[in-house]
Design a protein around this ligand. Structure first.
Ligand SMILES: NC(=O)C1=CN([C@@H]2O[C@H](COP(=O)(O)OP(=O)(O)OC[C@H]3O[C@@H](n4cnc5c(N)ncnc54)[C@H](O)[C@@H]3O)[C@@H](O)[C@H]2O)C=CC1
Ligand SMILES: O=C(O)[C@H]1O[C@H](OP(=O)(O)OP(=O)(O)OC[C@H]2O[C@@H](n3ccc(=O)[nH]c3=O)[C@H](O)[C@@H]2O)[C@H](O)[C@@H](O)[C@@H]1O
Length: 422
C-alpha cells in the first residue's frame, strides 16, 4: 500500500513484530521484501505501532489478523478479528475528509461481515469485505498485480456507492491497469475466498488421488498431470502430486468451511472436502510407510535426513508443514532425524532447540540411511547427487515433491523413489 503511494500505519499487538518491521526487517521470509519494506519505512510513508490511537486519523482500516482453527475443532477462531474490531471502534468516528471505511481481508466464515457491519454502524463507518488471495512468498507481487479484486459491499445502494468510491481510490493504479474488479454482497465475497481455496485444495488432492492409482498400477502421475493439463479447461497449474498441501491457510480454510456449512445445515454440500483432507493426510502416511518399509520395517537406530521444513519453498512458514509433520512422525518412531531448510532452518533451531537442524543438505545427509526431499527449494533441486552420495550411509532418496530428475539420480548410483512414479 505504501508502494502504491499511500500513507500507511501498520498496527499489530505483537510488539516484537512491530519493532522488527520499524527497523525495516521483515519477521518472515519473502524474496525481495526487505528492500521494499526498508525503502517505504525510510520514505516515512510506512510506520508501525502497537497503539490503535496511531490510526485515529486514517480513513481506511484494513483488518488482516489471523483466523486460525479453534483448539480441538474445525471452526475458525474469530477472537482476533473481534478484538481488532473492538480496538478500532473508539477511533472510527475521528475521521476527517470523507467517509471512514473498515475493510475486511481476513478469511472468515460466511456471515461474519454482516455482524461486523452492525457493530461499526453506530460510528457511521462503512464496511467492505475485500478477500485476500495472495500467496506467501509472492505477497507483494500478488498485491500489486492480483488476478482480481473483490468488494463485498453494503446492501444500501448509497452506502455501497460511497464505500466503492473510497476503495477504488485506494486501488486506483490497479483499476487503471484493468485488473478485474467484481462487486458483490458480503456473503458472496466471503464465500469467494473459501471457494477459491477449496478449489485449489481439491485440485491438489485430485492429483494426489491419481498418484495413489499410479502407485497401484506402475503409471506415472507427472506424465498424467501434464497430459490432462493440456486441456485448457483443466489447466496445468496446481497439479503437482507430492506430500500434499499445508500452511496457515488451505488446511484450516477447508475445515472452517466444512464447520460453517454444518452450522448452516448444508454440511452435505461439502462432504467432498472431508475426502480432500483425508487424501492429503494419506500422502504423509505414504511417505512414512514407504521409508519404514524400505528400512526393514522399523526406524529404530536409523538416520533420516529431511530436506525442507517450510510448508513450501520461498517461505519460512512452518504452520501445518507436511515436511515437519513427516519428520516428527519418523522421529517419534525412533529414528535420528536431521532437518535442513534454507529459510526456516534458523527459526526451527530457535523454536525447537532439541531438533537436529543442519546448515545444508550435505551436512544433514551425513551417515543417512534415507534422504527425504519434502520441500522443493531450488537449492535442493540443484544438489549434486554424486557429492551427496559420498555423505550418506545408503544412497536412497524419497522425492516427496517429484522435484528431481529420476534418471540423473539413478545414474549417479541412487535408489530414487518419487510420488506416483514408477
Ligand atoms: N498468509 C497468507 O498467505 C494469507 C492469509 N490470509 C488470511 O489473512 C489472515 C491473516 O493470516 P496470516 O497473516 O497468515 O496470520 P498471522 O497469524 O501470521 O498474522 C496475524 C497477525 O495479527 C496480529 N494480531 C492478532 N490480533 C490482533 C489484534 N487484535 N490487533 C492487531 N493485530 C493483531 C498477530 O499478532 C499477527 O501478527 C487470516 O485470516 C488468513 O486466513 C488470506 C490470504 C493469504
Ligand atoms: O488463503 C491463503 O492464505 C492463500 O493460500 C494459498 O497460498 P499459500 O498457502 O501461500 O501457498 P500455495 O502456493 O497455494 O501452496 C499451498 C500448499 O499446497 C502445496 N501444493 C501446491 C500446488 C501443487 O500443485 N501441489 C501442492 O502440493 C504446496 O506445497 C503448499 O504446501 C493460495 O494459493 C492463495 O491464493 C491464498 O491466498
Amino acid at each position: 500500500m505504501a508502494e502504491l503511494g499511500h500513507d500507511v500505519v501498520g498496527i499489530d499487538v505483537d510488539a516484537a513484530k512491530v519493532a522488527s518491521l520499524s527497523r525495516g526487517v521483515a519477521p518472515f521470509h519473502e524474496p525481495g521484501f526487505d528492500e521494499l519494506l526498508a525503502r517505504n519505512v525510510e520514505s516515512g510513508r510506512l510506520r508501525f505501532s502497537t497503539d490503535f490511537a496511531d490510526l485515529a486519523h486514517a480513513q481506511v482500516h484494513f483488518i488482516g489478523v489471523g483466523t486460525p482453527q479453534v483448539q480441538g475443532g474445525y471452526a475458525a477462531d474469530l477472537t482476533y478479528v473481534n478484538s481488532a474490531v473492538a480496538s478500532l471502534l473508539p477511533h472510527l468516528n475521528h475521521h476527517v475528509d470523507g467517509p471512514t471505511l473498515v475493510v475486511g481481508k481476513s478469511t472468515v466464515p460466511v456471515g461474519t461481515a454482516a455482524t461486523i457491519a452492525e457493530t461499526i454502524a453506530p460510528t457511521g463507518a462503512l464496511l467492505v469485505w475485500n478477500p485476500e488471495f495472495l500467496r506467501e512468498g509472492f505477497a507483494v507481487q500478488d498485491t500489486i498485480s492480483p488476478d482480481r479484486i473483490v468488494y463485498g459491499l453494503p446492501k444500501d445502494p448509497e452506502s455501497a456507492g460511497t464505500a466503492q468510491g473510497v476503495l477504488d481510490d485506494v486501488y486506483k493504479q490497479l483499476i487503471a491497469a484493468e485488473i478485474p474488479r467484481l462487486t458483490t454482497d458480503y456473503a458472496t465475497a466471503e464465500l469467494v475466498k473459501v471457494a477459491a481455496n477449496s478449489f485449489l485444495a481439491t485440485k491438489i488432492s485430485f492429483i494426489n488421488a491419481m498418484a495413489e492409482l499410479c502407485e497401484a498400477t506402475g503409471a506415472d502421475v507427472t506424465q498424467l498431470a501434464e497430459a490432462i493439463g493440456h486441456d485448457d479447461r483443466i489447466g496445468k497449474k496446481f497439479l503437482r502430486a507430492g506430500i500434499g498441501f499445508g500452511g496457515g491457510c488451505l488446511p484450516k480454510d477447508i475445515r472452517a468451511f466444512m464447520a460453517r456449512a454444518g452450522e448452516l445445515g448444508v454440511d452435505q454440500a461439502l462432504t467432498f472436502l472431508r475426502e480432500v483432507d483425508s487424501i492429503n493426510d494419506r500422502r504423509r502416511d505414504h511417505v512414512v510407510n514407504t521409508a519404514r518399509d524400505g528400512l526393514g520395517g522399523t526406524f529404530e537406530g536409523k538416520k533420516v535426513a529431511v530436506l525442507g521444513a517450510a510448508f513450501k519453498p520461498d517461505s519460512d512458514d512452518m504452520r501445518n508443514s507436511p515436511a515437519l509433520d513427516i519428520a516428527a512422525r519418523i522421529s517419534g518412531e525412533g529414528a535420528t532425524v536431521v532437518i535442513t531448510d534454507p529459510a526456516a532452518g534458523p527459526k526451527l533451531r530457535a523454536a525447537r532447540p532439541t531438533t537436529h537442524v543442519a546448515d545444508d543438505a550435505y551436512t544433514a545427509a551425513a551417515g543417512a540411511d534415507v534422504v527425504l526431499l519434502l520441500t522443493e527449494w531450488k537449492q535442493f533441486k540443484e544438489l549434486d547427487p554424486t557429492r551427496l552420495k559420498d555423505a550418506v550411509n545408503n544412497p536412497w532418496i524419497i522425492d516427496g515433491r517429484n522435484a528431481l530428475d529420476p534418471t540423473t539420480w539413478r545414474d549417479a548410483g541412487w535408489t530414487y523413489t518419487g510420488i506416483g512414479r514408477p
